[in-house]
Design a protein around this ligand. Structure first.
Ligand SMILES: [Zn+2]
Length: 356
């Protein structure tokens, strides 16, 4: 039986839900799913039912999360059209406690979208930190984000790039070398294609793209144009997904690593590249404690199996990768000097993770 060991994974893009959405997921279930999937750190996106936009809401989130988490948790500050007028104050008071600022420039869960040119200009101007501005963009808003980040020389992190034309546009801006531009892809855009969009369980934002776009994403991974793989773990209940208006989003924390190792077996990606995109680069971009996460490891055994839903730790209990064949099973996760996960069981105690 051959075992392989990898450094623990870092996810820059998770939606832990909780608050009024604790039927979908909580900080506890999200981080349990993370640990079972080989992650020791997840960064929570701020588009909660209570948007995380200022000192008060940040405090509420910390109070709720700290007793529950079994992995480390990073936090981003959000901004809504209503909170823009307080941007100076909010950014000043919260910048030290968060890993970056997230702006929704395209439609998403929770009525968060900021699309006025004046508001966007103000946000990019006012965020004077070296910490990245993360953007959710679709179609025309990507060029706007790239222009504003260039104008104010901000570090830009483009979430879930899903199409070839987006990669080409980003490349043009990168060649000017005016500012840092980092690019994230999600496992669902790498492993699923738009043929699955007809199912509500394949519905997410941005939507699944064509096989041609998918191939372009893989090429970009190989050429070094992609910096991170972010799961965009965004659970909804099965009932919601099967309702008349299914919400967008799919879970991903428990399936990403095993899917990447299958891709390695198929010759699509090297082991070094997997580690670079899921460990080294997110640590660098978000300035995390390298020593701590370098010491933590995931142990896997080579074993063929089909992804099943009944073993999942995510509260939503389903996955869009159901019945996909994978080649490795996670058997143990060592985190913070302890065994956090072993043979299907979470051993880490609630509240043992840190908000960092
Ligand atoms: Zn997201």
């Amino acid at each position: 039986m051959s075992l392989i060991k990898l450094p623990i994974l870092i996810d820059p893009h998770t939606h832990c839900r909780d608050f009024e959405q604790n039927n979908k997921e909580t900080f506890e279930t999200a981080t349990r799913a993370a640990l079972a999937g080989g992650y020791g750190y997840v960064a929570d996106m701020p588009n909660h039912s209570h948007p995380i936009v200022d000192k008060r809401t940040l405090g509420e989130l910390k109070d709720l999360a700290e007793k529950q988490i079994v992995t480390d948790l990073g936090i981003y500050l959000g901004v809504t059209p209503q909170s823009v007028s307080e941007a100076e104050k909010n950014f000043r008071e919260c910048e030290g406690e968060v890993r970056g600022l997230k702006i929704y420039m395209g439609e998403t869960t929770g009525g968060y979208i900021v699309d006025s040119d004046d508001d966007l200009d103000k946000i990019f101007r006012t965020w004077e930190s070296n910490k990245p501005i993360l953007v959710h963009t679709e179609d025309k808003s990507l060029v706007k984000a790239l222009e504003l980040a260039e104008k104010y020389k901000r570090n830009l992190y483009v979430c879930h790039v899903s199409r070839k034309d987006e990669l080409e546009l980003i490349d043009k801006f990168r060649q000017k070398r005016k500012n840092n531009i980092w690019v994230e892809v999600t496992p669902h855009h790498l492993f699923l294609s738009d043929k699955m969009s007809i199912s509500p369980f394949g519905q997410m934002k941005p939507p699944l793209s064509s096989d041609e776009d998918k191939e372009a994403l893989w090429m970009a991974v190989i050429k070094g144009e992609i910096d991170t793989i972010g799961t965009d773990h965004a659970p909804h209940t099965r009932e919601e997904k099967m309702g008349i208006k299914p919400p967008s989003g799919v879970p991903g924390l428990e399936t990403t690593l095993v899917l990447l190792l299958r891709a390695e077996k198929e010759g699509k990606i090297s082991r070094e590249k997997i580690i670079e995109l899921t460990h080294n680069n997110p640590i660098k971009i978000f300035n995390l404690n390298k020593e701590k996460y370098d010491r933590a490891e995931v142990v896997l055994v080579e074993e063929e199996f089909l992804i099943e839903e009944n073993n999942l730790k995510t509260k939503c209990g389903w996955t869009p990768f159901k019945e996909m064949r994978v080649s490795h099973k996670i058997v143990e996760v060592n985190f913070d000097g302890k065994i956090g996960y072993k043979d299907g069981e979470i051993l880490a105690v609630s509240g043992s993770g840190k908000i960092v």
